[in-house]
Design a protein around this ligand. Sequence first.
Ligand SMILES: [Zn+2]
Length: 320
Amino acid sequence: MPRHPSPNEITITFPDGGIRKYPKGITVEEVAKSISEGLARATLDAQFNSQHVDFDTKLEQDGTFKLFTFKDQEGKNALRHSCAHLLAASVLELYPSAENAIGPPIEDGFYQDFELPQPISEADFPKIEQKMHELAKTWLVMKGKEVTLQEALSQFKKNKYKTELAKEFGKEGKKITFQIAGSFIDLCKGGHVFNPGKNLQYFKLSSVAGAYWRGDQKNKMLTRIYGTAFPSKKELDEHFWRQEEAKKRDHRVIGQQLSLFSFDETSPGAPFFHPKGAVIFNELLSFLREEYSKRGYEEVITPLIYDKSLWQASGHWEHY
Ligand SMILES: [Zn+2]
């Protein structure tokens, strides 16, 4: 006879297929600690039945449970996306008339877009980073709160980007959620670290660029600030060390130092090959031709220049 499930117990299934019983109402943090204290400390984000849960969420039913650390893409994204919010909050404190737009995680970091009352440069980064460290200490948690469209429009009446997004979510019948950390409120669907004050310590802003709102050149050009975040100072330092090393080995730099090729502003991105460079170019070409014929391919020659409509159709145009 199968045992009747106890009304005070829930069954949790882990990604490795392991199944454990826990008292009903156990928190996410307690489940993490029951696996290991170290894992609980390294946990950045978690899902229960494919929904984001907070560290203090009480689990009341059976389900599948996943914890994310920095080793997981979800953990990386949670850390870096949370850091983009911290950047937004700090810039809004330093420049009260600024408006923040979106701030997603990207490969190796994050960015956050702003409409700013004045241009900024990398020289402003130390001041902004200092404000980020200051604010992070007051961000004990980052909690989601579902709100009505009216509440969102009233909260973001001075931010045309958030207003536009809120109206769109409303029209599409999507949930509208505020994310609240310290005294900062943003419009976002979630996916943040449990403990921003502790998790957001090792970050660095890296560059600033222009970017059109929603990638459309008919829209206003915004200021995009790039940065990155790691769970420890060691990993952050190593990241920038690797970037410096890669710069030294950049083929565009080495190739010019060895006089293999050079660039001219009349043809950015397409090099002029010098005699030694032309030897390498031709050797590579003959190697490729041999490989084609071994594998039964025939050669064709396509145009070097196309009309921009091709790139517009392929979706690459905005990258140029
Ligand atoms: Zn967010």
